[in-house]
Design a protein around this ligand. Structure first.
Ligand code: NDP
Length: 455
Protein backbone atom coordinates (compact mmCIF):
# COMPACT_ATOMS: atom_id res chain seq x y z
CA UNK A 1 0.00 0.00 0.00
CA UNK A 2 1.18 3.50 -0.84
CA UNK A 3 -0.04 7.01 0.00
CA UNK A 4 -1.06 7.54 -3.61
CA UNK A 5 -4.68 7.21 -4.81
CA UNK A 6 -3.67 4.12 -6.75
CA UNK A 7 -0.77 1.70 -6.74
CA UNK A 8 -0.96 1.45 -10.53
CA UNK A 9 -2.52 3.78 -13.09
CA UNK A 10 -2.79 2.32 -16.58
CA UNK A 11 -3.29 4.58 -19.60
CA UNK A 12 -5.00 2.59 -22.35
CA UNK A 13 -7.52 -0.24 -22.05
CA UNK A 14 -6.44 -2.36 -25.00
CA UNK A 15 -5.49 -6.00 -24.61
CA UNK A 16 -2.19 -5.12 -22.91
CA UNK A 17 -3.56 -2.48 -20.53
CA UNK A 18 -6.56 -4.57 -19.50
CA UNK A 19 -4.45 -7.67 -18.86
CA UNK A 20 -1.90 -5.69 -16.82
CA UNK A 21 -4.70 -4.06 -14.78
CA UNK A 22 -6.43 -7.32 -13.98
CA UNK A 23 -3.22 -9.13 -13.08
CA UNK A 24 -1.99 -6.29 -10.88
CA UNK A 25 -5.37 -6.27 -9.17
CA UNK A 26 -5.05 -10.02 -8.68
CA UNK A 27 -1.80 -9.39 -6.81
CA UNK A 28 -3.65 -7.01 -4.49
CA UNK A 29 -2.71 -3.68 -6.09
CA UNK A 30 -5.22 -0.80 -6.25
CA UNK A 31 -5.57 -0.19 -9.97
CA UNK A 32 -7.25 2.35 -12.25
CA UNK A 33 -7.26 2.44 -16.03
CA UNK A 34 -8.11 5.30 -18.39
CA UNK A 35 -9.41 4.83 -21.92
CA UNK A 36 -10.38 7.65 -24.27
CA UNK A 37 -11.60 5.62 -27.22
CA UNK A 38 -12.82 2.03 -27.07
CA UNK A 39 -12.43 -0.83 -24.63
CA UNK A 40 -10.33 -3.65 -26.01
CA UNK A 41 -8.19 -1.27 -28.08
CA UNK A 42 -7.24 -1.63 -31.73
CA UNK A 43 -7.33 -5.43 -31.77
CA UNK A 44 -10.96 -5.72 -30.71
CA UNK A 45 -12.35 -2.66 -32.45
CA UNK A 46 -10.41 -1.96 -35.64
CA UNK A 47 -7.83 -4.73 -35.79
CA UNK A 48 -7.40 -8.47 -35.43
CA UNK A 49 -10.95 -9.42 -34.45
CA UNK A 50 -13.03 -7.56 -37.07
CA UNK A 51 -10.28 -8.27 -39.63
CA UNK A 52 -10.60 -12.02 -39.04
CA UNK A 53 -14.38 -11.77 -39.38
CA UNK A 54 -13.94 -10.06 -42.75
CA UNK A 55 -11.40 -12.70 -43.79
CA UNK A 56 -13.97 -15.39 -42.93
CA UNK A 57 -16.60 -13.52 -44.94
CA UNK A 58 -14.42 -13.31 -48.02
CA UNK A 59 -13.42 -16.98 -47.70
CA UNK A 60 -17.00 -18.00 -48.55
CA UNK A 61 -16.31 -17.02 -52.16
CA UNK A 62 -13.89 -19.98 -52.37
CA UNK A 63 -16.28 -22.35 -50.56
CA UNK A 64 -19.13 -21.57 -52.95
CA UNK A 65 -16.88 -21.91 -55.99
CA UNK A 66 -15.45 -25.20 -54.82
CA UNK A 67 -18.76 -26.72 -53.78
CA UNK A 68 -19.62 -27.77 -57.35
CA UNK A 69 -16.73 -30.24 -57.40
CA UNK A 70 -18.33 -32.01 -54.45
CA UNK A 71 -21.70 -32.30 -56.15
CA UNK A 72 -23.37 -29.22 -54.71
CA UNK A 73 -25.18 -27.24 -57.36
CA UNK A 74 -26.15 -23.74 -56.31
CA UNK A 75 -26.67 -20.32 -57.77
CA UNK A 76 -23.92 -17.84 -56.96
CA UNK A 77 -25.21 -16.40 -53.66
CA UNK A 78 -25.58 -12.65 -53.29
CA UNK A 79 -23.33 -10.84 -50.85
CA UNK A 80 -24.59 -8.03 -48.61
CA UNK A 81 -21.76 -5.83 -47.27
CA UNK A 82 -24.09 -3.73 -45.07
CA UNK A 83 -25.38 -6.85 -43.32
CA UNK A 84 -21.84 -8.13 -42.72
CA UNK A 85 -20.72 -4.80 -41.24
CA UNK A 86 -23.87 -4.58 -39.08
CA UNK A 87 -23.30 -8.07 -37.69
CA UNK A 88 -19.60 -7.35 -37.17
CA UNK A 89 -20.44 -4.13 -35.29
CA UNK A 90 -22.84 -5.98 -33.01
CA UNK A 91 -20.18 -8.54 -32.17
CA UNK A 92 -17.65 -5.80 -31.40
CA UNK A 93 -20.16 -4.09 -29.08
CA UNK A 94 -20.64 -7.41 -27.30
CA UNK A 95 -16.87 -7.71 -26.86
CA UNK A 96 -16.65 -4.11 -25.57
CA UNK A 97 -19.21 -5.12 -22.93
CA UNK A 98 -17.14 -8.14 -21.98
CA UNK A 99 -14.10 -5.95 -21.48
CA UNK A 100 -16.09 -3.58 -19.29
CA UNK A 101 -17.31 -6.56 -17.27
CA UNK A 102 -13.77 -7.90 -16.87
CA UNK A 103 -12.57 -4.59 -15.41
CA UNK A 104 -15.66 -4.21 -13.19
CA UNK A 105 -15.38 -7.78 -12.00
CA UNK A 106 -11.72 -7.30 -11.09
CA UNK A 107 -12.49 -4.11 -9.16
CA UNK A 108 -10.34 -2.00 -11.49
CA UNK A 109 -11.60 1.58 -11.65
CA UNK A 110 -12.28 2.72 -15.22
CA UNK A 111 -11.95 6.38 -16.26
CA UNK A 112 -13.47 6.97 -19.67
CA UNK A 113 -11.54 9.94 -20.91
CA UNK A 114 -8.19 11.19 -22.03
CA UNK A 115 -5.37 10.83 -19.50
CA UNK A 116 -2.26 12.96 -19.37
CA UNK A 117 0.71 12.90 -17.02
CA UNK A 118 1.31 16.15 -15.12
CA UNK A 119 4.32 14.63 -13.38
CA UNK A 120 5.48 11.01 -12.94
CA UNK A 121 2.94 10.42 -10.16
CA UNK A 122 0.03 12.67 -11.16
CA UNK A 123 -2.48 11.91 -13.89
CA UNK A 124 -5.13 14.28 -15.16
CA UNK A 125 -8.13 12.73 -16.87
CA UNK A 126 -10.47 14.69 -19.08
CA UNK A 127 -13.79 12.89 -19.35
CA UNK A 128 -16.69 14.10 -21.47
CA UNK A 129 -19.21 13.56 -18.69
CA UNK A 130 -17.00 14.09 -15.65
CA UNK A 131 -14.83 17.15 -16.40
CA UNK A 132 -11.22 17.19 -15.27
CA UNK A 133 -10.06 14.76 -12.57
CA UNK A 134 -6.62 14.59 -11.02
CA UNK A 135 -5.36 11.44 -9.33
CA UNK A 136 -2.02 10.18 -8.08
CA UNK A 137 -0.37 6.83 -8.58
CA UNK A 138 2.75 5.07 -7.37
CA UNK A 139 3.39 3.39 -10.73
CA UNK A 140 2.18 4.38 -14.19
CA UNK A 141 1.83 2.07 -17.17
CA UNK A 142 1.46 3.52 -20.67
CA UNK A 143 -0.30 1.09 -23.00
CA UNK A 144 -1.87 3.44 -25.53
CA UNK A 145 -0.97 1.52 -28.69
CA UNK A 146 -0.40 2.99 -32.13
CA UNK A 147 -2.24 4.76 -34.94
CA UNK A 148 -2.08 4.46 -38.77
CA UNK A 149 0.67 6.52 -40.32
CA UNK A 150 0.34 7.85 -43.87
CA UNK A 151 2.98 9.58 -46.00
CA UNK A 152 2.28 13.26 -46.72
CA UNK A 153 1.78 13.00 -50.49
CA UNK A 154 -0.59 15.31 -52.41
CA UNK A 155 -4.17 14.02 -52.09
CA UNK A 156 -3.50 11.76 -49.10
CA UNK A 157 -6.68 13.16 -47.49
CA UNK A 158 -8.67 11.06 -49.99
CA UNK A 159 -7.14 7.82 -48.67
CA UNK A 160 -8.56 5.72 -45.86
CA UNK A 161 -6.72 3.73 -43.21
CA UNK A 162 -7.71 0.33 -41.85
CA UNK A 163 -9.78 2.20 -39.21
CA UNK A 164 -12.20 3.41 -41.88
CA UNK A 165 -12.05 0.24 -43.99
CA UNK A 166 -14.05 -1.51 -41.27
CA UNK A 167 -16.89 1.00 -41.61
CA UNK A 168 -17.15 1.63 -45.36
CA UNK A 169 -20.74 2.28 -46.36
CA UNK A 170 -20.42 0.34 -49.58
CA UNK A 171 -17.93 -1.80 -51.41
CA UNK A 172 -16.21 -0.05 -54.31
CA UNK A 173 -15.85 -1.86 -57.63
CA UNK A 174 -12.14 -1.18 -57.65
CA UNK A 175 -10.06 -1.03 -54.51
CA UNK A 176 -6.41 -0.08 -54.15
CA UNK A 177 -4.10 -0.86 -51.26
CA UNK A 178 -0.77 0.86 -50.64
CA UNK A 179 1.74 -0.99 -48.44
CA UNK A 180 3.08 -4.52 -48.40
CA UNK A 181 2.85 -5.35 -44.70
CA UNK A 182 0.32 -7.38 -42.73
CA UNK A 183 -2.57 -4.97 -43.18
CA UNK A 184 -2.07 -4.29 -46.88
CA UNK A 185 -1.84 -7.98 -47.79
CA UNK A 186 -4.76 -8.98 -45.58
CA UNK A 187 -7.11 -6.28 -46.87
CA UNK A 188 -6.14 -6.97 -50.49
CA UNK A 189 -7.31 -10.56 -49.96
CA UNK A 190 -10.48 -9.53 -48.11
CA UNK A 191 -11.71 -7.12 -50.76
CA UNK A 192 -10.72 -9.40 -53.65
CA UNK A 193 -12.64 -12.26 -52.01
CA UNK A 194 -15.68 -10.02 -51.64
CA UNK A 195 -15.66 -9.29 -55.36
CA UNK A 196 -13.69 -6.04 -55.79
CA UNK A 197 -10.94 -5.61 -58.40
CA UNK A 198 -7.90 -5.09 -56.20
CA UNK A 199 -4.53 -3.49 -56.93
CA UNK A 200 -1.81 -3.67 -54.28
CA UNK A 201 1.01 -1.17 -54.62
CA UNK A 202 4.26 -1.79 -52.77
CA UNK A 203 7.45 0.26 -52.92
CA UNK A 204 9.88 -2.71 -52.69
CA UNK A 205 10.56 -5.70 -54.96
CA UNK A 206 8.52 -8.18 -52.88
CA UNK A 207 5.97 -7.60 -50.10
CA UNK A 208 6.01 -8.92 -46.49
CA UNK A 209 9.60 -8.00 -45.80
CA UNK A 210 10.90 -10.09 -42.91
CA UNK A 211 9.01 -13.28 -43.80
CA UNK A 212 10.66 -16.23 -45.55
CA UNK A 213 11.37 -15.23 -49.15
CA UNK A 214 10.18 -18.46 -50.77
CA UNK A 215 6.87 -18.18 -48.92
CA UNK A 216 6.50 -14.53 -50.02
CA UNK A 217 7.15 -15.41 -53.67
CA UNK A 218 4.63 -18.27 -53.46
CA UNK A 219 2.00 -15.99 -51.88
CA UNK A 220 2.52 -13.37 -54.59
CA UNK A 221 1.93 -16.07 -57.24
CA UNK A 222 -1.25 -17.26 -55.51
CA UNK A 223 -2.58 -13.72 -55.13
CA UNK A 224 -1.95 -13.01 -58.81
CA UNK A 225 -3.77 -16.23 -59.69
CA UNK A 226 -6.71 -14.87 -57.72
CA UNK A 227 -6.70 -11.82 -59.92
CA UNK A 228 -5.05 -9.34 -57.57
CA UNK A 229 -2.92 -6.84 -59.47
CA UNK A 230 0.38 -6.65 -57.58
CA UNK A 231 2.46 -3.61 -58.45
CA UNK A 232 5.87 -4.02 -56.81
CA UNK A 233 8.66 -1.44 -57.02
CA UNK A 234 5.95 1.20 -57.37
CA UNK A 235 5.25 4.34 -55.40
CA UNK A 236 2.17 6.51 -55.41
CA UNK A 237 3.21 10.12 -56.06
CA UNK A 238 -0.21 11.71 -55.70
CA UNK A 239 -3.91 10.95 -55.39
CA UNK A 240 -6.30 12.84 -57.61
CA UNK A 241 -9.99 13.11 -56.87
CA UNK A 242 -11.97 13.09 -60.11
CA UNK A 243 -15.40 14.65 -60.35
CA UNK A 244 -17.94 12.78 -62.46
CA UNK A 245 -15.80 9.63 -62.67
CA UNK A 246 -18.50 7.47 -61.08
CA UNK A 247 -17.22 4.67 -58.89
CA UNK A 248 -13.61 5.30 -59.90
CA UNK A 249 -13.52 8.65 -58.16
CA UNK A 250 -9.80 8.42 -57.35
CA UNK A 251 -6.77 8.22 -59.61
CA UNK A 252 -3.42 7.20 -58.16
CA UNK A 253 -0.43 8.52 -60.07
CA UNK A 254 2.51 6.14 -59.82
CA UNK A 255 6.20 7.04 -60.11
CA UNK A 256 6.65 5.12 -63.37
CA UNK A 257 3.95 7.21 -65.06
CA UNK A 258 1.15 4.63 -64.70
CA UNK A 259 -2.18 5.50 -63.09
CA UNK A 260 -4.53 3.29 -61.08
CA UNK A 261 -8.23 4.23 -60.87
CA UNK A 262 -10.27 3.10 -57.90
CA UNK A 263 -13.24 3.91 -55.67
CA UNK A 264 -11.22 3.70 -52.44
CA UNK A 265 -7.54 3.59 -51.59
CA UNK A 266 -6.42 2.08 -48.31
CA UNK A 267 -3.07 3.19 -46.94
CA UNK A 268 -1.43 0.49 -44.84
CA UNK A 269 1.99 2.02 -44.55
CA UNK A 270 2.66 1.25 -40.92
CA UNK A 271 1.58 2.62 -37.57
CA UNK A 272 3.11 5.08 -35.11
CA UNK A 273 3.10 5.03 -31.31
CA UNK A 274 0.25 7.19 -29.96
CA UNK A 275 2.38 9.28 -27.64
CA UNK A 276 1.22 12.81 -28.54
CA UNK A 277 0.03 14.98 -25.66
CA UNK A 278 0.50 12.36 -22.94
CA UNK A 279 2.81 14.61 -20.94
CA UNK A 280 5.71 12.19 -21.43
CA UNK A 281 8.24 14.85 -22.39
CA UNK A 282 7.42 16.90 -19.26
CA UNK A 283 8.15 13.80 -17.19
CA UNK A 284 11.48 13.29 -18.95
CA UNK A 285 10.51 10.01 -20.65
CA UNK A 286 12.92 9.19 -23.48
CA UNK A 287 11.35 8.43 -26.86
CA UNK A 288 12.97 6.61 -29.79
CA UNK A 289 13.22 7.81 -33.38
CA UNK A 290 9.72 6.61 -34.29
CA UNK A 291 8.21 8.19 -31.19
CA UNK A 292 8.18 4.90 -29.27
CA UNK A 293 8.74 4.82 -25.52
CA UNK A 294 12.18 3.32 -24.99
CA UNK A 295 11.99 0.59 -22.34
CA UNK A 296 14.29 -2.06 -20.90
CA UNK A 297 13.63 -5.82 -20.90
CA UNK A 298 11.23 -5.36 -17.97
CA UNK A 299 9.25 -2.71 -19.92
CA UNK A 300 10.53 0.09 -17.69
CA UNK A 301 11.21 3.52 -19.22
CA UNK A 302 14.10 5.74 -18.11
CA UNK A 303 11.75 7.24 -15.49
CA UNK A 304 11.73 4.57 -12.79
CA UNK A 305 7.97 4.52 -12.05
CA UNK A 306 6.81 4.82 -15.69
CA UNK A 307 6.43 1.61 -17.66
CA UNK A 308 5.18 0.89 -21.18
CA UNK A 309 3.98 -2.18 -23.06
CA UNK A 310 2.51 -3.03 -26.46
CA UNK A 311 2.70 -1.06 -29.71
CA UNK A 312 3.66 2.18 -27.95
CA UNK A 313 7.07 0.59 -27.35
CA UNK A 314 7.35 -0.52 -31.01
CA UNK A 315 9.10 -3.77 -30.13
CA UNK A 316 7.09 -6.62 -31.66
CA UNK A 317 3.69 -5.13 -32.44
CA UNK A 318 1.38 -8.09 -31.99
CA UNK A 319 -1.55 -8.48 -29.58
CA UNK A 320 -0.34 -11.69 -27.88
CA UNK A 321 3.06 -10.06 -27.36
CA UNK A 322 1.41 -7.09 -25.58
CA UNK A 323 -0.45 -9.56 -23.36
CA UNK A 324 2.80 -11.39 -22.59
CA UNK A 325 4.49 -8.08 -21.76
CA UNK A 326 1.55 -7.24 -19.44
CA UNK A 327 1.91 -10.52 -17.58
CA UNK A 328 5.67 -10.11 -17.20
CA UNK A 329 5.15 -6.57 -15.91
CA UNK A 330 2.64 -7.48 -13.23
CA UNK A 331 4.91 -10.30 -12.03
CA UNK A 332 7.81 -7.84 -11.94
CA UNK A 333 5.86 -5.11 -10.13
CA UNK A 334 3.62 -7.07 -7.79
CA UNK A 335 4.52 -10.77 -7.97
CA UNK A 336 7.95 -10.43 -6.38
CA UNK A 337 9.46 -12.04 -9.47
CA UNK A 338 11.26 -9.68 -11.92
CA UNK A 339 10.35 -11.17 -15.30
CA UNK A 340 11.98 -9.99 -18.54
CA UNK A 341 9.87 -10.21 -21.68
CA UNK A 342 10.68 -13.01 -24.10
CA UNK A 343 10.46 -12.05 -27.76
CA UNK A 344 12.16 -15.21 -29.08
CA UNK A 345 10.37 -17.53 -31.52
CA UNK A 346 7.08 -15.64 -31.55
CA UNK A 347 4.66 -17.35 -33.93
CA UNK A 348 2.78 -15.06 -36.27
CA UNK A 349 0.32 -15.26 -39.14
CA UNK A 350 -0.77 -13.14 -42.05
CA UNK A 351 -4.43 -13.83 -42.75
CA UNK A 352 -3.91 -13.55 -46.47
CA UNK A 353 -5.64 -15.85 -48.91
CA UNK A 354 -4.20 -18.43 -48.68
CA UNK A 355 -2.94 -17.60 -45.18
CA UNK A 356 0.66 -17.83 -44.13
CA UNK A 357 2.13 -18.48 -40.71
CA UNK A 358 5.60 -18.84 -39.30
CA UNK A 359 7.57 -19.43 -36.16
CA UNK A 360 11.31 -19.02 -35.71
CA UNK A 361 13.95 -18.11 -38.28
CA UNK A 362 13.45 -17.67 -42.00
CA UNK A 363 15.82 -19.53 -44.31
CA UNK A 364 17.67 -16.25 -44.96
CA UNK A 365 18.08 -15.49 -41.23
CA UNK A 366 19.21 -19.05 -40.46
CA UNK A 367 21.84 -19.04 -43.21
CA UNK A 368 23.21 -15.76 -41.89
CA UNK A 369 23.48 -17.07 -38.32
CA UNK A 370 24.39 -20.77 -38.63
CA UNK A 371 27.26 -22.49 -40.48
CA UNK A 372 25.17 -25.20 -42.13
CA UNK A 373 21.45 -25.17 -42.54
CA UNK A 374 19.19 -27.88 -43.97
CA UNK A 375 15.96 -26.85 -45.58
CA UNK A 376 13.08 -29.30 -45.97
CA UNK A 377 10.11 -28.30 -48.05
CA UNK A 378 7.00 -29.71 -49.61
CA UNK A 379 4.70 -28.12 -52.16
CA UNK A 380 1.42 -29.91 -52.58
CA UNK A 381 -2.17 -29.57 -53.66
CA UNK A 382 -4.36 -29.88 -50.54
CA UNK A 383 -6.67 -32.90 -50.75
CA UNK A 384 -9.80 -30.78 -50.51
CA UNK A 385 -8.91 -28.93 -53.70
CA UNK A 386 -8.41 -32.06 -55.82
CA UNK A 387 -12.10 -32.21 -56.72
CA UNK A 388 -12.22 -28.52 -57.60
CA UNK A 389 -10.77 -26.28 -60.27
CA UNK A 390 -8.76 -24.41 -57.65
CA UNK A 391 -5.12 -25.10 -58.55
CA UNK A 392 -3.76 -23.51 -55.34
CA UNK A 393 -0.72 -25.23 -53.86
CA UNK A 394 0.39 -25.19 -50.26
CA UNK A 395 4.02 -24.83 -49.18
CA UNK A 396 5.52 -26.07 -45.92
CA UNK A 397 9.09 -25.52 -44.93
CA UNK A 398 11.34 -26.52 -42.02
CA UNK A 399 14.67 -24.82 -41.40
CA UNK A 400 17.11 -27.02 -39.46
CA UNK A 401 20.54 -26.43 -37.92
CA UNK A 402 22.59 -29.31 -39.32
CA UNK A 403 25.00 -29.46 -36.37
CA UNK A 404 22.39 -29.91 -33.65
CA UNK A 405 19.41 -31.05 -35.69
CA UNK A 406 17.35 -28.34 -34.03
CA UNK A 407 14.39 -26.94 -35.94
CA UNK A 408 15.09 -23.22 -36.24
CA UNK A 409 11.97 -22.26 -38.14
CA UNK A 410 8.68 -23.64 -39.45
CA UNK A 411 6.78 -21.86 -42.22
CA UNK A 412 3.58 -22.60 -44.04
CA UNK A 413 1.44 -21.05 -46.74
CA UNK A 414 -1.89 -22.72 -47.25
CA UNK A 415 -5.30 -23.36 -45.71
CA UNK A 416 -5.19 -23.59 -41.90
CA UNK A 417 -1.54 -22.48 -41.73
CA UNK A 418 -2.16 -20.30 -38.62
CA UNK A 419 -3.86 -23.19 -36.80
CA UNK A 420 -1.08 -25.63 -37.70
CA UNK A 421 1.84 -23.32 -36.92
CA UNK A 422 0.33 -22.44 -33.53
CA UNK A 423 0.71 -26.11 -32.54
CA UNK A 424 4.21 -26.38 -33.97
CA UNK A 425 5.23 -23.21 -32.13
CA UNK A 426 5.26 -25.23 -28.89
CA UNK A 427 7.73 -27.70 -30.36
CA UNK A 428 9.96 -25.03 -31.90
CA UNK A 429 9.96 -23.01 -28.67
CA UNK A 430 10.94 -26.13 -26.72
CA UNK A 431 13.91 -26.69 -29.04
CA UNK A 432 12.58 -29.75 -30.89
CA UNK A 433 14.88 -31.39 -33.43
CA UNK A 434 14.10 -32.70 -36.89
CA UNK A 435 14.29 -36.22 -35.37
CA UNK A 436 11.59 -35.20 -32.83
CA UNK A 437 9.39 -34.04 -35.68
CA UNK A 438 10.01 -37.32 -37.56
CA UNK A 439 9.20 -39.35 -34.45
CA UNK A 440 5.70 -37.86 -34.32
CA UNK A 441 3.19 -40.05 -36.13
CA UNK A 442 1.31 -38.38 -38.98
CA UNK A 443 -2.42 -37.71 -38.86
CA UNK A 444 -3.54 -38.83 -42.28
CA UNK A 445 -4.82 -37.30 -44.48
CA UNK A 446 -4.04 -33.75 -43.39
CA UNK A 447 -1.89 -30.88 -44.59
CA UNK A 448 -0.25 -30.73 -41.16
CA UNK A 449 1.25 -34.21 -41.61
CA UNK A 450 3.64 -32.79 -44.19
CA UNK A 451 5.63 -31.33 -41.29
CA UNK A 452 6.39 -34.77 -39.81
CA UNK A 453 7.05 -36.53 -43.11
CA UNK A 454 9.57 -34.17 -44.71
CA UNK A 455 12.56 -35.90 -46.30
P1 NDP B 1 3.80 -2.94 -41.56
O1 NDP B 1 4.88 -2.26 -40.84
O2 NDP B 1 3.61 -4.41 -41.41
O3 NDP B 1 3.95 -2.65 -43.12
C1 NDP B 1 3.99 -1.35 -43.62
C2 NDP B 1 4.16 -1.43 -45.11
O4 NDP B 1 4.09 -0.14 -45.68
C3 NDP B 1 5.51 -2.02 -45.52
O5 NDP B 1 5.30 -2.78 -46.69
C4 NDP B 1 6.33 -0.77 -45.80
O6 NDP B 1 7.35 -0.99 -46.73
C5 NDP B 1 5.28 0.14 -46.39
N1 NDP B 1 5.58 1.56 -46.20
C6 NDP B 1 6.01 2.18 -45.08
N2 NDP B 1 6.13 3.50 -45.28
C7 NDP B 1 5.76 3.73 -46.56
C8 NDP B 1 5.66 4.89 -47.37
N3 NDP B 1 5.99 6.09 -46.91
N4 NDP B 1 5.25 4.75 -48.64
C9 NDP B 1 4.94 3.54 -49.15
N5 NDP B 1 5.00 2.41 -48.42
C10 NDP B 1 5.41 2.50 -47.15
O7 NDP B 1 2.49 -2.14 -41.17
P2 NDP B 1 0.96 -2.43 -41.34
O8 NDP B 1 0.36 -1.08 -41.49
O9 NDP B 1 0.69 -3.45 -42.39
O10 NDP B 1 0.60 -3.08 -39.96
C11 NDP B 1 0.87 -2.37 -38.74
C12 NDP B 1 1.20 -3.31 -37.62
O11 NDP B 1 0.04 -4.02 -37.25
C13 NDP B 1 2.23 -4.36 -38.00
O12 NDP B 1 3.48 -3.99 -37.45
C14 NDP B 1 1.74 -5.62 -37.38
O13 NDP B 1 2.56 -5.92 -36.28
C15 NDP B 1 0.35 -5.34 -36.88
N6 NDP B 1 -0.60 -6.25 -37.53
C16 NDP B 1 -0.55 -7.58 -37.29
C17 NDP B 1 -1.44 -8.45 -37.90
C18 NDP B 1 -1.37 -9.91 -37.65
O14 NDP B 1 -0.77 -10.32 -36.67
N7 NDP B 1 -1.96 -10.74 -38.51
C19 NDP B 1 -2.46 -7.96 -38.82
C20 NDP B 1 -2.39 -6.54 -39.03
C21 NDP B 1 -1.51 -5.74 -38.40
P3 NDP B 1 8.78 -1.59 -46.36
O15 NDP B 1 8.59 -3.05 -46.13
O16 NDP B 1 9.60 -1.29 -47.56
O17 NDP B 1 9.25 -0.86 -45.14
Amino acid sequence: MTDYDYDLFVIGAGYGGVRASRMADGHGARVAVAEERYLGGTCVNVGCVPKKLLVCASGFADHYREAAGFGWAAEQPAFDWARLIGNKNREIERLNGIYRGLLDGAGVELFEGRARLLDPHTVEIEAADDGLRRVTADQVLVAVGSWPDMPPIPGIEHAISSNEAFYLERLPERFAVVGGGYIGVEFAGIFAGLGCDVTLIYRGPLFLRGFDEEIRVHLADEMRTRGIDLRFDSRVESIEQRAGAGDDRLRLHLDGGDAVDCGEVLYATGRRPLVADLGLADCGVVLGENGEIVVDEYSRSNVPNIWAIGDVTNRLNLTPVAIHEAMCLSRTLYGGEPTPVDHESVATAVFSQPPLAAVGLTEEEARARYDEVDVYRSRFRPLKLTLTDNQERALVKLIVDRASGRVLGAHMLGADAPEIIQGLAVAVKMGATKDDFDAAMAIHPTSAEEFVTLR
